[in-house]
Design a protein around this ligand. Structure first.
Ligand code: PMP
Length: 406
């Protein structure tokens, strides 16, 4: 069978990355890995989840839990999200909240809703690799958001027309970015909203790590600033706030949500009806129960553990990295972004790091829509013990030092 002949044009951009091939080597037990951007399994609220499954199935919702349900999502969970959103400056109603199978699904749906082939999505350089993967299926081009510049809005329009389409949305991980760990300032968020208003496009605010702030000043979500610009009326806004239970409770349950203008939420609901009808009914009920019970306590526990690991990693980098290597100082999340001296290549370094130093990370190029970022890499501290950090970063520092000397 000649599969290439029958694939749709959108499938041409669905390629396994070379990095994924390298990362397969991580299954070797003696490798210290800072590669996986995943939560630590030791922190999952297993008992609370187990109890909640039992209670849901034995209770008066037991049959409904295993039945089909509405595409918008389980109403008590949407009501819980409404209350949580109010706490971070986002006044909304249940009609503004839509439950999805992880926040990854929202990215796919937004691509489906907005991107025709050759349209432009504005993304940061670097950006979340999974967002590029989701959007790529809709055959867009990308243009660069941030750093803030005096670049005229019309230049985005011109570049998009040249590419054969229109600018359709701006996507940003405003808080504790994956991969950089950085947080957008209030000024940057306002600048982004100004640009979006001038271009008359929506803003996609990926808030997957929003709850994981360890220190520093909180910054209002982009949606909160957008609401403030419209006299408190969310139904006049252009921002999609994409939330997730993956980093706070458990990613395996696959429950995320989006909060937005109810007019577009209705459109997303239609997409879901056609795609997978609804997210798992029982998992939404279980999340609802766990969230009502241990959410705040769980978030505090995670923050305590991850902030300690963040501190350990920053101290180890300070101790072990040679001059010329720079890194971000995240106030939350799971990642530190390292910039190597110009001319060094993160992917080549990974091959050596795995073979010689038994350490792994993710090279930064795959996070760049234009294939730049060769001299960057992402380190994740979420699953690393003190000892792993101390030994792994020391070995990585020695390897970089010897590469620089070579
Ligand atoms: N956005 C960002 C920035 C992420 O890092 C991730 C997970 N790695 C997601 C979205 C998707 O998470 P989920 O689908 O589990 O909610």
């Amino acid at each position: 069978m000649d599969w290439e002949k029958v694939f749709a044009s959108r499938a041409m951009r669905m390629k396994a990355s070379e990095i994924r091939e390298l990362l397969k080597l991580l299954e070797q037990p003696d490798i210290i890995s800072f590669a996986g951007g995943i939560p630590d399994v030791a922190l999952f609220p297993k008992e609370a989840v187990s109890k909640a499954y039992g209670e849901v199935l034995a209770g008066d919702q037991g049959d409904a839990a295993l039945q089909y349900s509405v595409s918008e999502g389980y109403k008590p969970l949407r009501d819980w999200i409404v209350k949580e959103m109010a706490k971070i400056g986002i006044p909304c109603n249940a009609t503004n909240v839509f439950i999805t199978s992880g926040s990854q699904q929202v990215l796919d749906y937004l691509g489906k809703l907005f991107l025709s082939p050759n349209d432009t999505a504005l993304v940061t350089w670097p950006t979340y690799m999974g967002a590029l993967g989701a959007f790529n299926a809709y055959e867009p081009t990308y243009d660069k958001l941030l750093p803030m510049s005096n670049r005229p809005a019309s230049s985005y329009v011109d570049a998009a027309e040249k590419a054969g389409g229109r600018v359709k949305f701006a996507y940003a991980v405003a808080e504790f970015h994956n991969p950089t760990g950085e947080t957008m300032t209030k000024g940057e968020r306002e600048w982004l909203l100004d640009l979006a208003e001038t271009l008359d496009i929506p803003v996609v605010e990926d808030a997957a790590y929003q709850a994981l702030r360890y220190d520093g000043e909180t910054v209002p979500p982009i949606l909160a600033l957008d609401i403030a610009r419209h006299g408190g009326d969310i139904n006049k806004t252009r921002t999609f706030y994409c939330g997730s239970f993956s980093k706070t409770l458990a990613p395996g349950l696959r429950v995320g949500w989006v909060v937005a203008n109810e007019e577009v939420v209705r459109k997303l609901v239609l997409i879901k009806q056609a795609a997978d009808l609804h997210s798992s009914t029982i998992n939404q009920m279980v999340i609802g129960k766990v969230a009502d019970g241990v959410f705040a306590e769980q978030v505090e526990k995670i923050k305590r553990v991850y902030s300690h690991r963040r501190n350990q990693m920053l101290a180890a980098l300070q101790k072990s990295m040679p001059a010329g290597v720079e890194w971000t100082k995240p106030e939350g999340g799971m990642f530190v972004w390292v910039t190597l001296p110009k001319g060094m290549d993160g992917a080549a370094l990974l091959a050596k790091a795995i073979a010689e130093a038994k350490v792994a990370f993710v090279p930064g190029r795959a996070f760049h829509a234009d294939g730049s970022g060769q001299n960057t890499l992402r380190l994740s501290f979420s699953c690393a013990s003190d000892e792993m950090i101390e030994t792994g970063i020391s070995r990585l520092g020695s390897l970089i030092r010897s590469e620089l000397a070579a």
